[in-house]
Design a protein around this ligand. Structure first.
Ligand SMILES: [Cu+2]
Length: 155
C-alpha cells in the first residue's frame, strides 16, 4: 500500500529512478534535480583545482545549476564530512572548521553555508540547495589537513 502510494506520487510528480527528492533543510520547496558527489579519501586521488590541490571527492570540481540540489554520498569505509568554507577563493592553509562541523547544519545552502555532519560509511547527506551562482569551497572536518577538499561551481 505504501509502495503503491509512492509510485503514484512519482507518476504525478514525474520522478526519475532516483525517487522523490527530499526537501532541502529549512525550506519547504522540493528540488527537482539532485547532483550526487561521492566521498572517499581512499578512492579519489589528488587533483589540481582553481582553489588549490584537492582530493577525496568525486568530482573534485562539480558544476551545478541554480535551483538544483547537491548531496554527498560516503562511498568510503571511514567517516567524513562535507563542510563549507566561507568567503575563500583558495583553500586556507590551516583548517577553517570548528567542532560544529560534526553535526548537520540547521540550514544547508550554498549561500548560507552547510555541513553534512559526520557521514558514516555508506551514508548520504542532506540536500544542499544551490541557491546562488558562484564558486564554493568545502572540505572534510576530519581530513582537511590531508587535502580532503572540493569545489562546487554554481551557474
Ligand atoms: Cu574525511
Amino acid at each position: 500500500m505504501k509502495r503503491a502510494a509512492v509510485a503514484m506520487m512519482c507518476a504525478l510528480a514525474g520522478c526519475t529512478a532516483g525517487g522523490i527528492a527530499p526537501s532541502p533543510s529549512g525550506g519547504g520547496a522540493s528540488v527537482a534535480q539532485i547532483t550526487k558527489i561521492d566521498v572517499s579519501l581512499a578512492a579519489f586521488p589528488l587533483q589540481s583545482t582553481s582553489a588549490g590541490p584537492a582530493l577525496g571527492f568525486s568530482p573534485e570540481v562539480t558544476t551545478v545549476t541554480v535551483g538544483s540540489g547537491v548531496q554527498f554520498v560516503n562511498v568510503d569505509n571511514t567517516s567524513h564530512t562535507s563542510t563549507s568554507i566561507a568567503d575563500a577563493a583558495t583553500f586556507p592553509a590551516t583548517t577553517p572548521f570548528s567542532a560544529s562541523a560534526i553535526a548537520p547544519s540547521a540550514t544547508s545552502s550554498l549561500s548560507s553555508g552547510w555541513s553534512s555532519g559526520t557521514l558514516q560509511a555508506g551514508a548520504t547527506s542532506q540536500v544542499i540547495l544551490v541557491d546562488r551562482a558562484g564558486t564554493y569551497l568545502y572540505g572534510c572536518f576530519f581530513h582537511y589537513s590531508g587535502n580532503m577538499r572540493g569545489v562546487i561551481v554554481a551557474q
